[in-house]
Design a protein around this ligand. Sequence first.
Ligand SMILES: Cc1cc2nc3c(=O)[nH]c(=O)nc-3n(C[C@H](O)[C@H](O)[C@H](O)COP(=O)(O)OP(=O)(O)OC[C@H]3O[C@@H](n4cnc5c(N)ncnc54)[C@H](O)[C@@H]3O)c2cc1C
Length: 382
Amino acid sequence: MLRNAYMTDELEAIYDQTVEFVSKEVTPHGEAWEQAGKVPRDVLTKMGELGMLSLRVPQEHGGLGLGMLASAAFSEGLGASTFAGFDVTVLVHTDMAGPHLLNSGSPEQLAKYVPGMISGELITAIAVSEPDAGSDVAGIRSTAVKDGDGWRINGRKMFITNSVYGNLTIVAARTDPENKYGISMFLVPPDTEGFSVANKLDKHGWLCSDTGELVLDDVWVSDDQLLGTPHRGFYETMKNFQNERMVLVGMGVGSAQAAIDMTNAYTQERKAFGGHLYDLGAIRQRMAMNQAKVDAVRASMYHAAWIHDQGGDNVKEMSGVKAWGCEVVNQVMYDCVQFHGGMGYMRESAIERMARDARILPIGGGATEVMLEEVAKRSIIS
Ligand SMILES: Cc1cc2nc3c(=O)[nH]c(=O)nc-3n(C[C@H](O)[C@H](O)[C@H](O)COP(=O)(O)OP(=O)(O)OC[C@H]3O[C@@H](n4cnc5c(N)ncnc54)[C@H](O)[C@@H]3O)c2cc1C
């Protein structure tokens, strides 16, 4: 039986393959990767060999050319790993940075970079956020000025996933000082002169994901490293916003489901008051409510993805599920830590890590308040 009304046999196979992959190749090793602060590159190339990095890549460029529902199934499957730092390493590449290149790349850029993106030998990052501008994308201060046959970029980027160990960073910089939205995107390989990682950031969660603070000090890139139309980068970036939002919800739903399953198992084993913790109404009912909420978030997420794949505008639906769903995931994690008792507070328990990992979901990729404004704007009756 298919898992929900939006699934097809193909999407079901993607979900199953992803869950199987993470259970064999990720979950057993994730703790060591957390300690090392890095996802080994060979696990990414293994995913490449299995075709897992090319779901959204158009068929003419060697991918499967699937839609947003495929990313929903993939991100939810990754969430089952319980290592969100791993999940985000993959999803930034496949669903946040990669799509910019696929949407806006010239034939030469696509020929140069897409084969490596598919194989996992080339891992991408997207650098928009800065020390003084995160939610307010139009407020970025990095600049790129025309210089000969190329552009000279100066500025700083903050909190950039995959920028420490990745192979290609897509950098947003202001190119039209007269226009608030006059931003362009540039393809910057890590060995470019003047481009450096100032700091590998130490985080609350997502410990195996590499997050960098970047410096662009008189970085010169040639015209053929400009991605898309000059000064239109803001609008081109926006094209992928709903997808970015969705995969964060997807990985959150996958991990919340794993947290519920592990908490139900734990409380059904744990003896107390002459029975098991799960026999206590306060616990079993709260966990049942958590399950109902996660089921509802999952259904809303697939629905929003389906609207997109039908050619519709899903900004209201996807922003809503990003806001609400990421908060639900955190409520679920809170309860799951609670019902693990003292063990839930121990570094050795998976739920302790999962709760830390979930905290970023309502902040990154569009904070809850920003998402709610997107819904509110579209709810004005006039
Ligand atoms: C681990 C991690 C990985 C990240 N990876 C990337 C990446 O790969 N690439 C990238 O470009 N960025 C990345 N980011 C940045 C992330 O997208 C930003 O942190 C996020 O957009 C919020 O921006 P900010 O941190 O500047 O917070 P601010 O914009 O300063 O906002 C702070 C808080 O104020 C509230 N707020 C903001 N705007 C509004 C509003 N309009 N109305 C009401 N309340 C509001 C929200 O609660 C928000 O959390 C990452 C961040 C982290 C922590």
